[in-house]
Design a protein around this ligand. Structure first.
Ligand SMILES: Nc1ncnc2c1ncn2[C@@H]1O[C@H](COP(=O)(O)OP(=O)(O)OP(=O)(O)O)[C@@H](O)[C@H]1O
Length: 227
């Protein structure tokens, strides 16, 4: 479901004299349906950069990053938007939402955007929020004032509302207590069992060992820097 071939990325720092910072070169990676691949490598090796190239908000400079049948390196913005609506889900570390939208709507929104009837979308959102221990009294409130861990759980509920064929997970268990961490790991296992292809960054080593089928060390794609 994810096919990355000879992908490269460099940043041009326009506000720092146009310095060119090569970050990835010759990156190759495959994630099959039902598989979870974990990205590893030292801080700064390019894990988040590679994830953002798959998500389509960092442009791929060389090679191909194909999700389903769309090459993100060549795609038009409207194709990326359609891919994100139907195929590609992303649980980032931090929740970004429009202020004043109630939590239940935030979680149901990906389903409503796909035309799922409102009662079904809200029922699915409620089921996930309950499973992730967000008290029902909070569902009608905007999550902007929630605690870090509550916001992360709302973000996870939103990311798992629609059964995306491809999922990107950035530290999904980072600030969770044991019970909620267990729920998130179970959600990941269920997504794999229904055939989702998952690419993730997990600093939580036991979590990584449990859900990842393979690890890919991104430092293998780090260009040799001039001494
Ligand atoms: N938008 C950007 N502009 C310029 N340089 C960037 C940008 N994003 C990332 N980089 C650089 O790319 C390199 C890789 O960063 P990245 O965040 O992908 O690493 P990482 O492996 O995810 O690190 P960490 O584990 O610390 O999160 C770093 O040297 C970083 O400074």
């Amino acid at each position: 479901m994810i096919h990355i071939t000879s992908a490269g990325k460099e940043f041009v720092l326009h506000n720092q004299g146009g310095v060119v910072l090569p970050v990835l070169v010759g990156a190759d990676l495959e994630v099959a349906s039902g598989e979870c691949v974990g990205l590893t490598g030292a801080s700064g090796s390019g894990k988040s950069t590679l994830m953002r190239m798959v998500w389509g908000n960092y442009r791929t400079d060389q090679g191909a990053v194909v999700v389903g049948d769309l090459d993100l390196a060549q795609a038009e913005p409207r194709q990326i938007i359609a891919l994100r609506r139907q195929t590609l889900g992303y649980v980032s570390q931090f929740l970004r939402v429009v202020p004043r939208v109630p939590t239940l709507e935030v979680v149901a929104e990906p389903l409503l955007n796909l035309g799922v009837p409102e009662d079904q979308a809200r029922a699915r959102a409620a089921e996930l929020l309950a499973r992730l221990n967000i008290p029902e009294a909070l569902w009608s409130l905007s999550p902007t004032t929630f605690s870090g861990g509550e916001q992360q759980r709302v973000n996870i509920a939103r990311g798992f509302a629609h059964p995306y064929p491809v999922l990107l997970l950035d530290e999904p268990t980072a600030s969770l207590d044991a019970a909620n961490r267990e729920t998130v790991l179970a959600l990941i296992e269920e997504a794999k069992a229904r055939g989702a292809a998952i690419l993730g960054i997990f600093h939580d080593e036991p979590a990584r060992a449990r859900v990842c089928d393979r690890l890919v060390d991104v430092s293998g794609f780090t260009p040799r820097r001039a001494a």
